[in-house]
Design a protein around this ligand. Structure first.
Ligand code: BTN
Length: 254
C-alpha cells in the first residue's frame, strides 16, 4: 500500500488489493491519526461489515469499498451528523460524474437509485466522555456490480445495473473527496447541519413519505426533513411534529 494523491482535507490515500474490512483497518490505525484525514480503499474485502452486524458483499472489480479515518474536533454526540455529511458527499459525487443517475438519500445511511440501495454508510468511533479519539466512516458503493446474491436482488443494485452506464471508480472517488471536503467544511463552521438542511432535504427520498419506527413504541408519520442535528422530523397523523434519531426506521413505499 502506498499514498496515491493529495486532495484537500484528505491527506493520504492508501490502497489495498485485498483486506478484511477497510473499517477494521482504519480502527487498527486509529490512534496514529492527527490533523488530516486518511482514506483507506480496497479492491475487495474478505470480511466487509454492514450495520447491525450484517455482512457487506465486497467482491473485486465492481465496487468502491473505502473508509475515511480522522479525528474531528466535535463531541461524540455530534458524530452521527458526519454520516449525514458523508451521504450528501456520495450523492453529490454520483451526480457530478453521472447527472442522469437520479439517486437520493434514504435517511440516514443509505443512497438509493430507482428505489434500490446502491450505497451504505457505516460510521464508527472511538471516544470517551466528551472526547473523540477517532472516527471511521465506511462507504460501500455498488458501482459496476451486476450479480447480487438472490436474497438481495430485490433491494440492492448498482449504478451500472440501474443506468446502464459503466463509470470509472477512480473518477467517483476523486469526486467524493472533493464533495466531502466541501460539505465537511460547511458542517465544521457551526459544528451542526444548519447550513446544509435545505440542501439535504432536497436529496431526501423519505420526504413526504411514510416512515415507521420499529421497537416497542412504534410511531408512524410522514417525513418532513431533518433538523440541524440531523434528526428526522416526522409529522404525525394529528399534525404534531416529532423528531427521531438515527436508529430503527423503516420506510414504506420505496
Ligand atoms: C450498511 O449499509 O449496512 C453499511 C455498509 C458499509 C460498507 C462499507 S464497505 C467499506 C467499509 N468497510 C466495511 O467493512 N464496511 C464499510
Amino acid at each position: 500500500s502506498e499514498p496515491m494523491f493529495k486532495e484537500g482535507f484528505v491527506d493520504e490515500v492508501v490502497f489495498f488489493e485485498e483486506i478484511d474490512s477497510t473499517n477494521n483497518e482504519a480502527k487498527r490505525q486509529g490512534d496514529t491519526i492527527r490533523d488530516k484525514a486518511k482514506l483507506l480503499i480496497c479492491e475487495s474485502q474478505t470480511g466487509g461489515r454492514g450495520r447491525r452486524g450484517r455482512n457487506w458483499v465486497s467482491p473485486s472489480g465492481s465496487g468502491i469499498w473505502m473508509s475515511l479515518l480522522f479525528k474531528p474536533d466535535i463531541t461524540p454526540a455530534s458524530a452521527s451528523m458526519l454520516t449525514i455529511v458523508t451521504a450528501m458527499a456520495v450523492k453529490a459525487a454520483i451526480t457530478d460524474v453521472l447527472p442522469k443517475a437520479d439517486c437520493m438519500i434514504k435517511w440516514p445511511n443509505d443512497i438509493v437509485l430507482n428505489g434500490k440501495k446502491i450505497c451504505g454508510i457505516l460510521t464508527e468511533m472511538s471516544a470517551e466522555l466528551e472526547y473523540i479519539h477517532y472516527v471511521v466512516i465506511g462507504v460501500g458503493l455498488n458501482v459496476n456490480t451486476l450479480d447480487f446474491p438472490e436474497e438481495l436482488s430485490d433491494i440492492a443494485s448498482s449504478i451500472l445495473k440501474e443506468t446502464g452506464v459503466k463509470i470509472k471508480r477512480s473518477e467517483l472517488v476523486v469526486a467524493f473527496l472533493k464533495e466531502f471536503n466541501y460539505f465537511y467544511k460547511k458542517f465544521m463552521k457551526e459544528k451542526d447541519l444548519s447550513s446544509l438542511v435545505t440542501e439535504y432535504d432536497a436529496m431526501l427520498i423519505n420526504k413526504g413519505r411514510e416512515v415507521v419506527t420499529s421497537g416497542e413504541l412504534a410511531i408512524s408519520g410522514t417525513a418532513v426533513g431533518i433538523n440541524s442535528m440531523g434528526e428526522l422530523i416526522i409529522k404525525l397523523k394529528d399534525g404534531d411534529l416529532k423528531v427521531i434519531r438515527a436508529g430503527e426506521v423503516s420506510v414504506r413505499g420505496l
